[in-house]
Ligand binder design. Structure first.
Ligand SMILES: [Ca+2]
Ligand SMILES: [Ca+2]
Length: 322
């Protein structure tokens, strides 16, 4: 007989699912082994709205131009998903503009074709490149547009500033003509969007969080790893994207979910909220935002409470029936 079958028998015989345990203490909570989210959204990590100077890119000047992360860059560790540049064309250049992330050894960590340069307008506009998967930025990385075609009369131009507009000398303009030239007192125009992924809810750090895409009923669940008798969970909420209406659900197969708690009040910011529910056998615990319309959900930490048997024993089997 498997542990799950034994648990089923216990649950059926004893009626644990009618027993609400005494309030949990912090030590009662355990970390999930994995987390799975309904979606992953992006948020702006850096707005470098640098304007006023317009270097050429292409064969006439910079074959690559963009920004570099110094040793103390605010972007280190961020998972870049999108980057927006402000570009225009002069004349009639042709060929593909590529966006890359290159490491300090100039090895390409990720790249995506932005567009054919002929599609640029002759006035400045914003163009966004989206990487297929997010790339974790490290010290010494360069984020670049690359284009080697055109000539003096047919070229691209990029907005930048002759002064620093973002992150001091920690993040700065870099360009490649026949080799790299870094200019720590200047920035190029770039908007950097990053992903905050699902693993952030089980990393034990309340400062890191998962962020959903805007969608109906965004949700995330934790995986205990095997069936357990579960009677609660706690969630650390940040200031942003806290739900008002939300539910806690449990499941044994991550397919069929049973609602165990329904909330209609917004939890407090920058604190754990504890959710206690009737003991039930489950492997997965899910929080789902049920506010109307398309919404975003942001969760910093999520833990479960499964000391049911120990609690029953310590209280001589006298849980409070509900
Ligand atoms: Ca800077
Ligand atoms: Ca976290």
């Amino acid at each position: 007989m498997t542990e799950a079958q034994i648990n089923d028998m216990i649950q059926a015989a004893v009626g644990f699912n009618k027993v609400k345990m005494p309030a949990a203490v912090v030590a009662d909570y355990a970390a999930f082994s994995a987390a799975v989210a309904s979606s992953t959204g992006t948020e702006i990590a850096a707005s470098m709205l640098a304007t006023g100077t317009v270097p050429w890119f292409g064969a006439a000047q910079y074959l690559r131009i963009g920004f570099k992360l110094g040793a103390s860059s605010a972007l280190i560790g961020k998972k870049i998903k999108k980057v927006t540049w402000r570009l225009r064309k002069v004349g009639a250049p042709t060929g593909t503009i590529t966006v890359t992330v290159r490491d300090s050894a100039d090895t390409i960590k990720g790249s995506v074709a932005l567009m054919d340069i002929s599609a640029l307008t002759t006035t400045f506009a914003d163009y966004t490149a989206t990487f297929a998967s997010a790339i974790t930025l490290a010290s010494g990385d360069r984020v670049l547009i690359e284009y080697s075609g055109g000539n003096v009369s047919n070229r691209g131009e990029i907005e930048m500033s002759n002064s620093d507009v973002y992150d001091g000398t920690n993040t700065f303009k870099t360009g490649y003509i026949s080799g790299y030239t870094d200019e720590t007192s200047r920035d190029v125009y770039a908007i950097v969007e990053v992903e905050n992924q699902q693993g952030n809810v089980i990393d034990g750090n309340t400062a890191t969080y998962w962020l959903s895409a805007p969608e109906a009923q965004p949700n995330i669940y934790g995986d205990i790893g095997s069936d357990k008798l579960v009677s609660g969970c706690r969630i650390y909420w940040h200031t942003n994207n806290r739900p008002t209406n939300h539910v806690i659900e449990v499941s044994r197969d991550a397919a069929t979910w049973t609602e165990v708690l329904s909330e209609t009040a917004q939890p407090a910011a920058n604190a754990y909220k504890e959710y206690a529910f009737n003991t039930t056998l489950a492997r997965y615990v899910r929080v789902k935002r049920t506010d109307a319309g398309s919404t975003v959900l942001q969760v910093a930490e999520m833990q479960y409470y499964s000391k049911t048997i120990e609690q029953v024993v310590s209280s001589h089997g006298h849980g409070s029936a509900s």
